[in-house]
Design a protein. Structure first.
Length: 606
């Protein structure tokens, strides 16, 4: 049977990579000579570390062990056996936490970006509007994408450690073994963003650092717990609120090998146990929690390359995304139930992604219906059960038989409904939606043999009249991303109307500056004008959303604090507001970082 298309068009990070030319290699990035900031001696804290050119090449290709073929051996040698599945790992150049150079001195601001007849400084954008008191000026990262130190301090392997080594999985053949080494450089990173006036950092905890073997009956890695305790403490001492996601897609490899990860119901208890451990360790020091990052994207990936792993009994490639969704939402609800029973101080939700969409052709009822399908499959799949009904959207149950999408019991519905304290959305883009070319009815009646089934809708990145793009395109490494700021207000209204809450966080927005990964001169890299435009436009639209549309948005987080390992794109596509030299690990503020700082200084309530 053809690969289930449930979340098709959504395999953003992985699919995109498959079509790319892989001629940009990690070696070519790591091999560039060290670049120095023109003003680094006076303004940028420098880290003098020399990192050897990358020597690890992706030699993978071994098939993932069949479910149950690895015995549960929670000893150090059992852990090594799990690492053997991954293969050799690159060691970091140092293994202790670096003490930052403080105070951080910011560089002088960049020259104005706009001509004098525009609002030419960030502070001049909607100068009369302020964000509400308590609004979070946030930056976002995720453990796998920035930490590096992948085999240090007792961490177990995760599925990204494995997947990144599969042939052609990552366009530049890079791994995240080192990336930014934020695991040992978090103080430097926090100090640098605190100097910008950032008030929150949305970070994730790596499950395999806390439970190297993943399961509830396996040992806790105290070093991992202590590490994040210090990370959290340092954030708070620096005035940067730590916001924690429990699962940003870095699945402990052990759980995939033992029982098929999220394709098995066994994951629920193990996740809840992990969540409880982390809640009780950091209770009172973290106020805002997320159980899962973008569960839809995660579940769409479990069945496809490079995660073409073995599944739990009874699950196959076609049903895996839905089985994953079913187990994941129960794991979310279980963790929230525990959070409330344990009286953990704070708030909790999960991070949705994507958008509702706008009908492509105004007078075509099929396009309006396609928007409903898009909203249901992309956001409603998790948001309807949690915020509205306790159950899957009707569009899903009308389309997918129970052997694809398991149905909830009465008790499960009860547990799921209301299991979030606010709404969180990664609001990168919002686009037009059309019915599939073959027509909505044809797609639905063709069923699984139709490549567009079960979603039966298409994304359109240009208008239907004159083919004007929805917005300026990001780097070719992120072909899914355009600057669609002009749709942001209507997107936020739609979200608030369909999944009402008293509080919304925009948990990720961000832009991959075109060509940035190919540039070598620091002064060109720092001039990330498209990213700056994107961020300023989105933040301005959010101000209008709050003041004109009365949408209760209480925080905005920019992806990403630093350049990061961008899934299938590896290190070749950059999202950071700070440049990271992957040879020296030196960080440099880009224009966007400086303008963000000025923007928030002018628009936050004191
Ligand atoms: C959202 C994901 O949460 C993050 O992991 C990813 O790197 C960014 N989007 C950019 O693609």
């Amino acid at each position: 049977m053809a690969l289930s298309a449930v979340f098709l068009g959504l395999l953003l990070y992985v699919q995109v990579s498959l079509g790319q030319n892989s001629s940009t290699t990690l070696t070519s990035i790591a091999g560039t000579s060290s670049v120095q900031a023109a003003n680094s001696s006076t303004t940028t804290p420098t880290i003098t570390i020399s990192v050897p050119s990358s020597t690890i090449t992706n030699t993978g290709g071994a098939s993932f062990p069949p479910v149950g073929s690895i015995t549960r051996d929670f000893s150090p040698s059992g852990l090594e056996k799990l690492w053997d599945v991954v293969g050799p790992v690159e060691s970091p150049p140092f293994t202790t936490t670096v003490v930052p150079h403080t105070p951080v001195v910011l560089p002088s601001p960049p020259p104005t970006l706009y001509p004098s007849f525009y609002a030419n400084r960030p502070k001049d954008i909607l100068p009369h509007l302020k964000y509400p008191k308590g609004f979070l000026f946030g930056l976002a990262t995720a453990a796998y994408q920035v930490e590096g130190a992948t085999k240090n301090e007792g961490k177990g392997p995760n599925m990204w450690d494995w997947a990144s080594r599969q042939p052609n999985a990552i366009v530049d053949n890079s791994t995240a073994d080192i990336t930014d080494l934020q695991y040992f450089l978090y103080k430097e990173d926090v100090a640098r963003v605190a100097a910008l006036g950032v008030t929150a950092h949305s970070l994730s905890i790596s499950w395999a650092r806390i439970f190297p073997f993943g399961t509830a009956d396996s040992p806790v890695n105290q070093e991992g717990l202590d590490h994040y305790a210090d990370v959290i403490k340092y954030h708070r001492e620096s005035g940067v609120e730590p916001i924690v996601t429990l699962f940003h897609w870095d699945m402990p490899l052990a759980l995939q090998a033992y029982y098929g990860g999220f394709t098995s119901g066994q994951i629920v208890d193990d996740f809840v146990n992990y969540a409880k451990t982390v809640f009780s360790a950091y209770n009172g020091t973290v106020k805002t929690w997320f159980t899962f990052n973008e569960p839809r994207v995660f579940c769409s990936q479990v069945a496809s390359y490079p995660f073409n792993i073995t599944y739990a009994p009874g699950v196959n490639t076609s049903t895996a995304p839905y089985q994953c969704s079913y187990n994941l939402i129960k794991a979310h609800a279980g963790a929230v139930k525990a959070f409330r029973e344990m009286n953990i101080v704070g708030e909790i939700a999960f991070k949705s992604d994507d958008f509702v969409g706008t009908p492509w052709r105004k007078n075509t009822t099929d396009d309006a219906a396609a928007v409903e399908r898009h909203a249901a499959f992309q956001i409603g799949v998790f948001a309807d059960p949690v915020y509205v009904s306790g159950d899957w959207p009707k569009i899903l149950t009308d389309t997918l038989p129970p052997d694809y999408l398991p149905r909830f019991t009465k008790q499960e519905k009860k547990d799921i409904l209301g299991s979030a304290d606010f709404f969180a959305i990664d609001a990168y883009r919002s686009q037009y939606i059309s019915a599939p070319a073959e027509g909505l009815d044809a797609c639905l009646s063709n069923g699984p043999s139709d490549p567009e089934w079960p979603q039966c809708n298409d994304i359109q990145e240009f208008d239907s009249n004159a083919m004007w793009a929805v917005g300026a395109s990001a780097d070719t490494g992120a072909p899914w991303l355009q600057d669609t700021s002009r749709f942001l207000r209507s997107a936020m209204k739609q979200i608030h109307k369909r999944w009402p809450t008293n509080k919304i966080y925009v948990t990720e927005i961000g832009f991959a500056q075109p060509l940035e990964g190919q540039r070598t001169e620091l002064y060109r890299i720092k001039e990330d004008t498209d990213r700056t435009n994107y961020i300023m436009s989105y933040l301005g639209e959010l101000l209008l959303s709050i003041h004109e549309d009365k949408i209760p948005i209480m925080g905005a987080f920019i992806w990403s604090m630093v350049d990061n390992a961008e899934w299938g794109q590896g290190l070749s596509t950059r999202f950071g507001i700070q440049y990271v030299n992957y040879t020296s690990l030196e960080r440099t503020y880009k224009r966007s970082a400086m303008e963000l700082s000025e923007f928030f200084e002018a628009h936050l309530h004191n």
